[in-house]
Every structure is written in C-alpha cells, then in structure tokens.
Design a protein around this ligand. Structure first.
Ligand code: UT7
Length: 332
C-alpha cells in the first residue's frame, strides 16, 4: 500500500549492554569453535545483559532517539514497544517507558511480532500518523533481553543471540511509503518460547489440549534449518512486494536494512534479489541476533555513521517467529 502521507524518521537511538561475549567464550563450555560460528553465521561477538532489564535498554535507546529528534517526551502522542522478552506479562513495556520519559500525552502499548516487530511497529506508526491529524510524533522502541530465554546448553541456538535495544521517533511527511506484512502460523513450532502454563487451584486439567511444543521449560527453541529456509525465501519476497507496490526496482533502494540473523541468510537473499552487498547494512558480527531490536540498532548505526543520508530510499525487512515477515520502504 502506498500512502500519500509518508513518514519521516526524526531521530534514532540504540543501547547495547557493555558486557560483551565473544565466540571463544562459548567454546570454553560447549563443543563449538570461533571458526564454526563465524563461518556458519558471521557472528563474532554479542552484548549480553548484565542485569539491565528489557525496559531499561529500551529507555536508553528511546532517550537517544528523542534527543536526536530534538523533542521532549511530552510531544509524543504514541509509544509502540516491540519485544519478545518483556519484564512484565502486563503492563506493557511501553507504559514503563512512557512513565520514565514523562510522556504524559502518549498512549502506549506493546507489539509481539518477534524479529519482525520493529517493521510492524513502524508500519503501525505510519498508519496512526496517516489517520490521526492530531498525532505529531510516534516513538517506536524495540528492546530484547534474549539471554533470559536462551538455553546456554544448546550450541545450535545459544551462539546466535544478543541483547540490546533500538528506537526511532517518527513524524508525518508527504512522500514514498510502501509496506508488506505477512504471517504463516503453520510455522508456530519452528521457533517458539513457552509462556507460563500453570493450572489454577480449581483446575484438574481435564480439558487440557495436547501440547504442540515441548512443555519442558521456557527457553527459546528453534528448528534452525526450517527457519533458515523460511528466512531465505521471506527476505527477498517481502522486499519484492514493497517494490512492486511502489512501482520501483531494487536498483532504486539506496540502503537495505535487514533483520540481522545470519550473514548467510542475508547473502542468499541479496543474490536472489540481485542486490549488491555494499548497499546492505550488516552489523551482526558485533551484536548477533537481537530479534526485534536488530533492525533499529542497524538503522541507528547507519544514521550515525553517515551510511544513510536524508533523501535516501531505505528498505527495512524482517522475518522471524510466527512465522512472520514484513518490509517497509520510505525516504529517510
Ligand atoms: O531471528 C530468526 C532466528 N533464527 C534464525 O535465524 C536461525 C536460522 N538458522 C540458522 O541460522 C542456521 O540453521 C544455524 C546457524 C542455526 C545452524 O547452521 P546450519 O548450517 O544450518 O547447521 P545445521 O543445523 O545443519 O548443523 C550442521 C552441523 C550439525 O552437526 P552434524 O549433525 O552434521 O554432525 C550440528 O550439530 O553443525 C552442528 N552444530 C554445531 N557445531 C559446532 C550446530 N551448532 C553448532 C555449533 N558449533 N555452535
């Protein structure tokens, strides 16, 4: 869908915990190696929470984004937080951040669309901005504390993930905007983490439904190969969809910022799209996979390092648990 009203990123921010863990640290207690992790994923190191809650990481990124936008918390009309690792089941993480920012004029809620979360949040912000004349600024903030749900005895998954947060302040601007979102629930068990499933004091479990996921524990579980196959199909498909909707070609994208899961996934998708790696933002070597935070962290890096400049056409593309995929295309 191409809206007449587009979006403008007024400011971006990011926070990663100071504690870093390199590949060799995993080789010290698992049957793995720096060479295997680098060659199969592209990841070299990642930042891990040393006690920072998810909301705290989001707040630091949000503060930076507000500062870069030159606005105060009171000017926000909406806060959308995306996370699969909230500190509370309820209230929404966005409400904690709203309190801390003194964003007294903002509605606040969370979105859980896994690694597609930030793209979903941006698209929701665009739609709110397009339909509410009184709304000036929306904060989209993504914070993940994946180390809390990582099984550090599972070498095929624990080496992938990192913690961190990214944020952006969005406002209205006439111009290009194209979005595509998709979910495929047949892939629910390919990538999941169980929620609390306690029975009440009154329940005997007589109406229990057979578990479709492993009922043991609440760690993140994934079928790596299945997710890999989905990702290498999802990424080019979502990008092509936003291009088709906008009547554009891949050559017209100045910078592609994909979810940072695995370098091989990004390279395969780039090949399918015939898109040069030089115009793709990659920082997973430093951060690993930070789920919904990965795209806004990369976006902030692109802005602050001068890789993304005003007027550039940028495409954000995510994929992940659900299974879900999504892309947005707009002018920075
Ligand atoms: O945000 C989305 C989240 N998830 C993803 O993006 C994950 C997508 N999937 C992937 O990135 C890849 O599938 C992985 C990186 C998870 C695995 O790479 P792979 O090339 O698909 O490896 P594989 O699962 O086919 O395993 C190949 C071998 C196996 O050994 P055998 O059976 O061939 O003897 C694994 O046991 O590699 C072994 N292996 C490891 N070896 C050393 C798996 N993990 C490790 C490890 N170190 N950390």
């Amino acid at each position: 869908m191409v809206f007449l009203t587009g979006i403008r990123i007024a400011g971006t921010g990011r926070y990663v915990p100071p504690l870093t863990v390199d590949n060799n640290a995993f080789a010290a207690f698992l049957d793995t190696s720096d060479e295997w992790i680098r060659s199969r994923t592209g990841i070299v190191t990642r930042h891990i929470s040393d006690g920072e809650p998810s909301w705290y990481m989001g707040l630091q990124a949000a503060r930076q984004a507000l500062e870069a936008a030159g606005i105060s918390g009171q000017q926000l009309g909406l806060i959308i937080d995306t996370t699969v690792t909230p500190d509370y089941v309820t209230p929404a993480t966005a409400c904690v951040i709203q309190r801390e920012l003194g964003a007294v004029n903002a509605m606040a809620f969370d979105v859980n669309s896994a690694c597609t979360g930030f793209v979903c949040g941006v698209d929701m912000a665009a739609r709110y901005l397009a339909t509410d004349p009184e709304l000036s600024y929306v904060l989209v903030v993504s914070n993940e504390n994946l180390s809390r749900i990582t099984d550090f005895s599972d070498r095929s998954s624990c080496i992938l993930f990192g913690d961190g947060a990214g944020a952006c302040v969005l406002e209205k601007k006439q111009g290009l905007y194209s979005a595509y979102m998709m979910a495929d629930g047949t892939g629910v068990t390919s990538l999941y983490a169980n929620a609390n499933r306690r029975l009440s004091l009154f329940s005997k479990g007589e109406h229990a439904v057979p578990e479709e996921t492993d009922p043991q524990g609440d760690f993140l579980r994934q079928e790596g190969r299945a997710v890999y196959r989905f990702a290498t199909e999802a990424m080019p498909r979502a990008v092509q969809q936003v291009l088709d909707k906008a009547g554009m070609t891949a050559a017209e994208i100045d910078l592609l910022i994909p979810h940072q899961a695995n370098l091989r996934i990004i390279e395969t998708a780039a090949k399918k799209l015939q898109f040069p790696m030089e115009r793709i933002m990659v920082d997973l070597d430093k951060y690993g996979n930070t789920s919904s935070a990965s795209i806004p962290i990369a976006l902030d890096e692109a802005v602050r390092s001068g890789r993304l400049n005003r007027g550039d056409r940028v495409c954000l593309v995510g994929f992940g648990a659900g299974l879900t995929m999504g892309a947005v295309l707009f002018e920075y």
